[in-house]
Design a protein around this ligand. Structure first.
Ligand code: B12
Ligand code: SF4
Ligand code: SF4
Length: 314
């Protein structure tokens, strides 16, 4: 079944696949608890819910016997755009990855069920209570870098993660035990807001990605000054990572190609965005997550031109 899954995942456009035995994530549950107790999740209240399920897939999907971890490369080499406002993160240039990965994983599950009758499973991408980076590391796909993202040796960190929770017990792959960050601290130094408070620890409340995508409500003056030109997401800590500089490979997934208006719109175009135009332009895009009001708020903060005074502006 592992061989079958590997071949089918490859055919469906996943670059990496690995297998891990489900169970309680003791150490990570402690980290999550501390993170929440410190309020680092900001307004993401959903991160505090279903903690028992998030830290143990057998609580979420009791029949799970194997976590199949999958990664898909989404990198589009357009970093020339970086550095100039308005900035838009690579992961949201094309079609919504949630939908694309879910469809592919459901197809993968369908193939397994057909080939191995009696097997069942569940496809998870991002929104399920599953600690995806942790499972990817356990399944041998890569390691969690100091910027907290999962880095692979062959594609860097520009990969989306998803899991198939399978009810069939398969031999686990060796976990990725090395930490290949070594003495590098490039991401910690480059983060414009100091959101990476220490290696491997993020304070989402200061993270531009959180502020522009997940934060609900208006910005305080201080928050508005932190965006450093980004109106949707932030890639600074990934752009400076030597593993990305050396190993990033262009995606072959057409659906992730940038929508032209995102790369072509200047600040003025964004400032004039109406709700109708927003609805039209961002149909099927992950960037709908912030809502029209959220995106307008981000645009206003960036066009105000304020930058965080005490840090590298990215
Ligand atoms: C919440 C969330 C966010 C939040 C918080 C980010 C975060 N690092 O948690 C915000 C909104 C800021 C965010 C931003 C982004 N996200 Co996000 N996010 C998630 C989500 C839903 C949950 C992550 C989580 O569990 N956080 C809880 C905290 C506690 O975990 P953590 O920071 O990873 O900390 C771990 C370790 O660092 C360590 N740790 C913590 N404290 C300590 C202390 C010590 C001493 C040590 C040694 C270790 C340690 O333990 C923790 C548990 O393993 C996942 C999807 C999922 N279901 O898993 C996507 C996910 C992580 N996001 C993703 C992406 C793409 C992004 C962005 C790149 C998007 C963008 N361009 O704007 C940014 C990256 C920002 C960054 N530097 O992390 C991808 C990452 C893919 C990858 N290759 O890793 C995921 C996996 C979604 C997906 N399906 O692909 N995200
Ligand atoms: S996404 Fe941006 S703000 Fe968030 S930790 Fe990385 S560099 Fe810092
Ligand atoms: S920039 Fe350096 S420290 Fe940060 S994740 Fe990449 S290799 Fe690790």
């Amino acid at each position: 079944m592992k061989k079958f899954l590997r071949a089918a995942a490859d055919r469906l456009g996943f670059q990496k696949v690995g297998f891990a035995a489900p169970g309680l994530l003791e150490r990570e549950a402690d980290h999550l608890k501390t993170w929440l107790a410190e309020g680092r999740q900001g307004t993401m209240d959903w991160m505090a819910r279903r903690q028992d399920e998030r830290t143990d897939p057998t609580r979420y999907y009791p029949t799970v016997r194997t976590v199949v971890s999958l990664a898909m490369n989404y990198y589009v080499p357009l970093t020339g755009l970086a550095g100039k406002a308005p900035r838009w993160s690579n992961y949201a240039w094309g079609d919504d990855y949630h939908r694309l990965l879910k469809q592919r994983m459901k197809a993968l599950l369908g193939e397994v069920v057909e080939a191995f009758p009696g097997t069942d499973g569940l496809a998870c991408v991002d929104t399920s209570p599953v600690m995806e980076k942790v499972w990817a590391q356990r399944a041998g796909l890569g390691w969690q870098g100091k910027h907290t993202n999962l880095i692979t040796r062959d594609y860097g960190s520009w990969v989306f993660l998803g899991e198939l929770l399978l009810d069939a017990a398969l031999e686990p792959d060796p976990p990725f035990e090395e930490d290949l960050c070594g003495s590098c601290t490039a991401c910690l130094e480059a983060c414009p807001t100091g959101a990476l408070t220490e290696a491997y620890r993020i304070d989402a409340r200061r993270c531009i990605s959180y502020l522009t995508i997940e934060h609900r409500g208006a910005f305080s003056r201080e928050q508005a000054g932190w965006l450093s030109g980004w109106i949707y997401g932030c890639d600074v800590c990934q752009e400076v990572c030597p593993w990305n500089l050396k190993f990033a490979q262009p995606t072959t997934e057409f659906a992730f190609a940038p929508r032209e208006f995102i790369t072509a719109y200047g600040m003025k175009g964004w400032e004039e965005l109406s709700p109708e135009r927003w609805d039209d332009l961002l149909r099927g895009s992950a960037a709908r997550r912030a809502g029209y009001e959220g995106l307008k708020r981000n645009i206003q903060a960036v066009s105000g031109g304020r930058r965080h005074p005490s840090r590298n502006a990215g």
